[in-house]
Design a binder for this molecule. Structure first.
Ligand SMILES: [Zn+2]
Length: 139
């Protein structure tokens, strides 16, 4: 699963829906990542609008927390504010977008697990696919 996905999944246990501890899930420190960093600037550029749209929706605090779980403390503490006009991006903004592209889209969590801070249920990630199904007594 792409790192971006971590910003959109929370615990599926019903009792956790109202808990603010069920998002983001906590990622185990044995998670295996696969990085496929894109160096082709044209591919990155063709994704600028997508990335700016995604950046708008992202919960930055949650992203910071997940990145910390995965051993990455390089993100700025606050969500970057970018020019929405793609044709007017400055070099610094382009660099930020490239880094976000590589972090969110080109970083895959292939193996590991994630757990809910509220109910402590553990969800496995295998072959890049998170298993969000619950055993019958929880669903
Ligand atoms: Zn839960």
């Amino acid at each position: 699963m792409k790192l971006l996905t971590t910003n959109f999944i929370k615990c599926s246990v019903k009792a956790c829906e109202s808990s603010n501890k069920s998002f983001p899930l906590k990622y185990s420190n044995d998670c295996q990542l696969e990085l496929n960093f894109e160096d082709d600037d044209e591919i990155v550029q063709s994704s600028y609008e997508f990335l700016i749209g995604i950046l708008d929706k992202i919960e930055w605090e949650a992203l910071l927390k997940v990145c910390q779980d995965l051993g990455n403390n390089d993100l700025p503490p606050n969500k970057p504010v970018l020019n929405e006009d793609v044709s007017n991006l400055n070099d610094n903004e382009k660099l930020i977008l490239k880094q976000l592209f590589n972090l969110l889209v080109n970083t895959e969590i292939v193996e590991g697990s994630m757990s809910c801070d509220s109910c402590e249920h553990i969800y496995q990630i295998k072959n890049g696919i998170p298993n969000l199904l619950l055993p019958p007594h929880l669903s």
